[in-house]
Design a protein around this ligand. Structure first.
Ligand code: UFG
Length: 328
């Protein structure tokens, strides 16, 4: 199939385009490079455009005949969404509507959407199932939930079929070590830990040691970026075969605490680094992990990196080879 991938030069996007190509899809990446990297997509066709600009969208859709869209582009920093909500409503909601308008105008009726565990907020029971209540605690999660609801309405009214993939904590890097996470604004735990090991940062801060968890630190479900990438390929297959809209959690179903990630990272890197205990970060839940049974049953999704150790090893391979990221 010929697939338009918005945000394909970003972290999860750049891993997914490789998997889509391996599955024999033809790819056009649509990215404004505001946070993506050209070096992450060297062998791919890039259309440099902005979802805010309807003319860019019209151009890419009229120059190509797409069978489907995989939509990654958007803002991701949950903390910033509370201080700059406009950017999140613009980038994650309004730009998404522009994309759907262009899709419908060109009769493209399949989309795989990057949603997030943030749609659930702070659930009362674990593991989190797709049917559990959705009460996002930040604007980021709210924009993801709103867009999922738009997709439901567009299916009902216009027959647009979608799969929303609710990622838990995307982590790790392609085992080749030539692409990996390189966000301008670095907030993700494992990236900060490994940059500390490399001496790029002075210390890693633990945000909260008084959570109601066995070691007092926050627990998350870390999932390898290539396993997320595989799920997009499967979601497109599912849309082609079943032609029904659906939503899936993507996580490993196991929780790892901040302290455990730090200890494992010290072992894998062989480097001891400074750790500082800090108060909790505003709005951080104690414990989040997924049930991904639905993705396993319906999409036949099988994570290849179920162990945290393997995930950290691939991330270390990337960061130690590229201590300054893509360096553009
Ligand atoms: N943490 C630290 N120190 C740090 C950074 C993080 O202790 O320097 C802790 C956090 O408190 C949390 C865990 O490490 O307990 C993971 O934090 P991240 O910032 O890596 O990830 P979050 O779980 O906060 O959020 C991530 C994505 C969001 C997404 C969410 C979905 O960043 O975009 O997962 O569950 F919405």
């Amino acid at each position: 199939m010929k697939i338009l991938v918005t945000g394909g030069a970003g972290y999860i996007g750049s891993h997914t385009v490789r998997k889509l190509r391996q599955a024999n899809h033809e790819i056009v990446i649509f990215d404004n490079l505001s946070s993506g990297h050209k070096d992450a997509i060297k062998d791919f066709e890039l259309f440099e455009g902005d979802l805010a600009n309807k003319q860019d969208l019209e151009k890419v859709f009229s120059e190509n005949s797409f069978d489907g869209v995989v939509h990654f582009a958007g803002s991701i920093e949950a903390g910033e969404s509370m201080t700059d909500p406009k950017r999140f409503f613009d980038n994650n909601f309004v730009c998404g509507l522009n994309l759907l308008e262009a899709m419908l105008a060109h009769n493209v009726k399949k989309i795989v959407f990057s949603s997030s565990a943030a749609v659930y907020g702070e659930p009362e029971k674990m593991p989190i199932k797709e049917t559990d209540p959705k009460n996002p605690t930040n604007v980021y999660g709210l924009t993801k939930l709103m867009f999922e609801q738009v997709l439901d309405a567009y299916d009902h009214a216009y027959g647009l079929k979608s799969v929303a993939l609710r990622y838990f904590n995307a982590t790790g890097a392609d085992p080749s070590g030539d692409i990996g996470p390189d966000h301008k604004n670095k907030t993700h735990l494992l990236t900060l830990i490994l940059l500390t090991a490399l001496g790029k940062r002075d210390a890693i801060k633990i945000f909260g040691t008084d959570f109601p968890t066995p070691d007092g630190t926050g627990i998350r479900d870390y999932v390898h970026v290539n396993d997320l990438a595989d799920a997009h390929v499967l979601a497109l297959e599912y849309l082609t075969n079943d032609n029904t809209s659906n939503k899936f959690n993507l996580g490993n179903g196991t929780g790892t605490s901040v302290l455990q990630v730090i200890e494992m990272s010290k072992k894998i890197t062989g480097i001891d680094f400074k750790v500082i205990e800090e108060p909790r970060r505003d709005g951080d839940p104690a414990n989040l992990f997924a049930s991904s049974q639905k993705a396993k049953t319906i999409l036949n999704w099988r994570p290849n990196f179920p162990e945290m150790q393997q995930i950290i090893e691939t991330a270390w391979n990337w960061h130690s080879k590229h201590p300054d990221g893509f360096k553009e």
